[in-house]
Design a protein around this ligand. Structure first.
Ligand SMILES: *Cc1c(COP(=O)(O)O)cnc(C)c1O
Length: 440
């Protein structure tokens, strides 16, 4: 165990000697041998596979929403595996079941949701979004309506489409609403789409607003949409996988004003807060929705009184590890000041690089958060832009900077996610220089 921890510490210590993306030739044996191998061989295997890993702690890792993990959350995951409790049932995880329930309630209250609110943890935002849509559909009584629809902006996350597929609904059950120049959903177009649906005789069971879109970090006008949805008695889910955490501290909460008015909210602490994966939360305005949607009774588990609950009856997953431990310890380690620091510094880094990038050469798409995507102004041919994006990403990788290359509104962009607290301003200066020089 100690040697393993030593290896992990080394892996972190040597991060900057390598590139964010590994360049590996050797790979360990896949199949178990007839006899179990020695600890020594196991450690060699481990080293081999660690050498093939992506390095989120590298200061040049700026491609995705995958920051370095908080130390407390790494330790928590180890302990979690050791305790091997199961969130399926109260009797298999008494302390963790209570911790999860209480912490979800605290987070919901913290972002302004009502006293009745609560939530459940899930292995990623895709599952949180799926659960929210299942709850919303049940709430609307449309479980058996194959023509039922969800409205979300054209910049919303693809997990919505995946979720509707899992729910047995066709692709076009996701109605895409247009966005404005800032990448925010158009309330006008929501209205237009609803009128069309009415003409077609189809019902909408949820409007999804995004707090932090995946390409540019745009935040939909949550308050106005919430008031609109309340008026029309429509379920509002806020996909706050990226931006929801900004609601946790007073100094940034105004960015996501109105999030507390949603019927359900997804938040991913595994993104900007750096809680080790996986860490996602689904919050609902009324905690009882979880059990009324997912409760099945489990004949093989001790029944509980009315106040009690089993994790396995409050969400899609059955057996589940205690992800709550690393979330709780991570938040405790950061404290309010630490959370605020992570959030505000990420936005400052976005501002910093935005000012350094040459606006005469690039078009920027961004929002109020820590994401920015750029595309060259002078090139109009989409294939030429694509080859610029491939070439430039490759060039940047050779300088140990890793960006991503999303396709957005008909052309390629290079996207920079500034959620990595290890990235120094001097490195952003170097990065912007390389990017500016990629266009004459
Ligand atoms: C990342 C993300 C998700 C999905 O989360 P996973 O944890 O990758 O499943 C959903 N919505 C948005 C806006 C995201 O950025």
């Amino acid at each position: 165990m100690q040697e393993t921890c030593g290896k992990l510490c080394n892996w972190f210590a040597e991060t900057e000697d390598y590139s964010p993306l590994p360049d590996f030739e050797t790979f360990p044996d896949i199949s178990p041998a007839i006899e179990g191998v020695t600890t020594e061989v196991l450690l060699e295997d481990l080293q081999l596979i660690m050498d093939c890993a992506y390095r989120p702690a590298h200061p040049g890792s700026l491609a995705h929403l995958d920051p370095p993990p908080l130390t407390s959350s790494i330790a928590a995951d180890l302990v979690c595996a050791g305790l091997n409790n199961n969130l399926l049932a109260y009797e298999l995880s008494p302390g963790f079941t209570k911790l999860e329930r209480d912490l979800c309630h605290w987070i919901a209250k913290r972002i302004g949701m009502p006293e009745s609110s609560g939530g459940i943890l899930a292995s990623g935002g895709t599952l949180s979004n799926l659960m929210s849509l299942v709850i919303a559909r049940q709430h609307a009584g449309l479980q058996n309506d194959p023509s039922a629809v969800v409205l979300a902006s054209s910049d919303a996350h693809i997990s919505l489409l995946k979720s509707l597929g899992v729910m047995g609904l066709p692709k076009h059950s996701l109605r895409l609403v247009s966005t404005n120049d800032e990448g925010q959903i158009s309330l006008n177009d929501i209205n237009v789409q609803l009128a069309k649906l009415q003409q077609e005789g189809r019902k909408c069971f949820a409007v999804v607003a995004t707090a932090g879109t995946t390409i540019r970090g745009a935040i939909d006008p949550l308050k106005r949409i919430a008031e609109f949805c309340r008026d029309k008695e429509l379920w509002l889910h806020v996909d706050g996988a990226i931006g929801g955490v900004f609601g946790l501290v007073n100094q940034t909460a105004s960015l996501v004003e109105g999030i507390s008015l949603a019927n359900s909210v997804s938040i991913n602490p595994q993104k900007l807060l750096g809680v080790a994966k996986t860490s996602s939360i689904l919050l609902v305005e009324n905690c009882s929705y979880l059990k009324s949607t997912f409760g099945t009774d489990m004949p093989y588990i001790e029944p509980l009184d009315d106040d009690g609950f089993h994790g396995g009856e409050c969400g899609i997953q059955g057996t589940r590890q205690a992800d709550v431990l690393k979330l709780w310890l991570g938040l405790r380690q950061l404290g309010e000041q630490g959370i605020r620091f992570l959030l505000e510094e990420s936005i400052k880094r976005r501002d910093y690089i935005e000012n350094l990038l040459d606006s005469s050469k690039f078009e920027f798409v961004s929002g109020p958060l820590h994401l920015i995507a750029i595309t060259p102004k002078a090139i109009s041919d989409v294939d030429e832009i694509k080859s610029w994006s491939i070439k430039t990403r490759q060039l940047l990788l050779s300088h140990d900077f890793m960006l991503s290359r999303p396709f957005y509104k008909g052309r390629h962009y290079l996207k920079i996610v500034l959620g990595n607290p290890n990235t120094k301003l001097a490195q952003l200066e170097k990065l912007s220089e390389l990017i500016n020089d990629s266009i004459d």
